[in-house]
Design a protein around this ligand. Structure first.
Ligand code: PMP
Length: 357
């Protein structure tokens, strides 16, 4: 039985990439060694990391005045690293769109004053609130947003902010899946384990003028300058994860880059939302303009039926449809590696399940 993996992360990888990795797992480019066995100071690994950074730059059209950093610790470490590096006056603005923005707020509060300029908590985070420019602090050190809310299934369809205040974005669940202008941001961060590669690698894209101003008490490993000065090789990096990310970047370039990925993602998400909206059994309570292309949250008429659907779908090869434990219901994650046929299979399974009720 063919398995379709709808996990929110770690998530499915492109099958072509996995095959390539399998082929060269024991012998990387005639070296007689696996890439995971070689020194991060070797010429072999240097070639891999250089190419991966270059390809990410090409994919996202990252301008010269931005540094690309490959670090560890997940997006959760960025919740602390961002304030430790960017807080000068000690005032930051946040858009509260769910659990992950809240985690970022909790962490930043340890270092200064945080202000929530808009929140969708009033309606259980089922939409993304409008940000009135007048509400933003022109003297804030930065303004933090989460471009895609993995747990609630919403996304920002417009990028808010003031040109004069660095915009910081947690793009963990939709980096490389939708087009963004890097120039609109001071800093972008993302854990790799959804659209890029295995867990263990975190991507940071930071405007160069924001580097080198860390809090004097900032641990060296958490200072962006440490990693920028050493080409992300200050200490041992997650070398195998970087190698795999590089493979995914190459795959994306071959498949037409971010614009083509966005188009495929839109088609995949549309086919599922159209089905849900036409159904009297399944519902999505996310407001249409804010529906995520990556994480489609929905439910049946009864939480007990949701539980049964998760098992039924698994018996048919559609894995990990259980919603996040904090919201319940169902969630299908459709990252870049999921193709339209996977969504087609999910629709068949949903129809079959409904018929049996
Ligand atoms: N931000 C978002 C939007 C996420 O989806 C996640 C993880 N699902 C995180 C942050 C936390 O990431 P990590 O587990 O890499 O720390």
């Amino acid at each position: 039985m063919k398995v379709h993996n709808f996990s929110p992360g770690p998530a499915m990888m492109p099958p072509e990439v996995m095959q390539e990795v399998q082929q060269e797992l024991l012998d990387f480019q005639g070296s007689g060694m696996s890439i995971m066995e070689v020194s991060h100071r070797s010429a072999i690994f240097q070639g891999v990391i250089d190419q991966a950074m270059l390809d990410l730059r090409t994919l996202m059209e990252i301008p010269e005045n931005y540094e690309v950093l490959f670090v560890q610790g997940g997006a959760s470490t960025q919740f602390a690293m961002v304030p430790l590096n960017l807080m000068q006056k000690g005032r930051v603005d946040f858009l509260d769109t769910g659990t992950w923005s809240d985690r970022a707020i909790q962490e930043a509060q340890k270092y200064g004053e945080t202000r929530i300029v808009a929140s969708s908590k009033d309606k259980a985070y089922t939409y993304v609130p409008e940000v009135e420019e007048g509400k933003l602090d022109p003297d804030a050190d930065y303004f933090h947003i989460t471009t895609n809310n993995t747990i609630f299934g919403t996304r920002l369809n417009q990028i808010p902010g003031l040109k004069t205040v660095p915009l910081v974005a947690d793009m963990s669940s939709n980096i490389l899946a939708e087009r963004y202008r890097v120039e609109d941001f001071g800093l972008i961060y993302a854990g790799a384990q959804k659209n890029i590669g295995p867990a263990g690698l975190t991507i940071v894209i930071i405007r160069k003028d924001l580097i080198g101003k860390a809090n004097p008490r900032c641990p060296k490993m958490l200072d962006y300058q440490t990693h920028a000065q050493k080409g992300s090789l200050y200490n041992t990096p997650p070398s195998f994860a970087i190698y795999l990310a590089g493979k995914v970047f190459q795959w994306m370039l071959k498949e037409g880059g971010v614009a083509a990925a966005e188009q495929r993602n839109q088609e995949k998400a549309d086919s599922l939302y159209e089905f849900l909206d036409a159904s009297s059994f399944y519902t999505s309570n996310i407001q249409p303009p804010h529906r995520s292309l990556m994480n489609v949250c929905f439910k049946t008429p009864d939480p007990e039926i949701d539980v049964r659907l998760v098992s039924f779908a698994e018996s048919k090869g559609c894995m990990f449809l259980k919603g996040h434990r904090s919201v319940g219901g169902l969630r299908a994650s459709l990252y870049n590696a999921m193709d339209i046929h996977g969504v087609g299979r999910l629709l068949e399974v949903l129809v079959e399940f409904e018929k049996q009720q």
